[in-house]
Design a binder for this molecule. Structure first.
Ligand code: ZN
Length: 151
């Protein structure tokens, strides 16, 4: 009789033990799934651009191009403004640089060069404006359709 009672207690303990390890296992599996999902989401968001910040360049109030903030590149924009001339060199450019998720205008031949002196922008909503060339560079969040869209 006493032995039976001990066995039952042991069985109960074993059942409880199994349930505990089951719960731990389930939690671990969920955590693993979440980790994998997060990893894939990050990968995916870089590839497709969903939810990734992009650099939007506007010239004369019209869209010039969109570029992912995560991809380093130089964008030389010919603005067609030739009010400031340097010999026979073509004039009216802004060299926009995307580097390490920051954006700045490396060089330009606008008269004031205020845009070149502007601080690097890094966040959605920030912008750099070149008034003489009527050029705006800004960071936007959300979706973009392609790696780079230029016209
Ligand atoms: Zn400028």
């Amino acid at each position: 009789m006493i032995g039976d009672g001990e066995n039952k207690i042991n069985q109960n303990r074993q059942i409880k033990l199994f349930r505990k390890t089951d719960i731990i296992l389930i939690v671990l599996v969920i955590a693993l799934c979440a980790g994998v999902w997060y990893f894939l989401y990050q990968q995916n968001s870089d590839a497709v651009g969903r939810g990734v910040a992009r650099v939007v360049v506007e010239l004369d109030g019209e869209l010039y191009g969109e570029y992912p903030l995560a991809t380093n590149r130089d964008i030389r924009v010919w603005t067609g403004k030739s009010s400031y001339s340097e010999g026979d060199e073509p004039t009216g450019y802004n060299l926009i640089v995307i580097e390490g998720r920051t954006v700045y205008i490396k060089s330009a031949d606008c008269p004031t060069r205020v845009c070149v002196k502007e601080k690097r922008i890094t966040k959605t909503g920030q912008r750099i404006i070149c008034l003489p060339h009527n050029l705006t560079v800004r960071i936007e969040g959300g979706e973009f359709s392609a790696d780079a869209y230029t016209r």
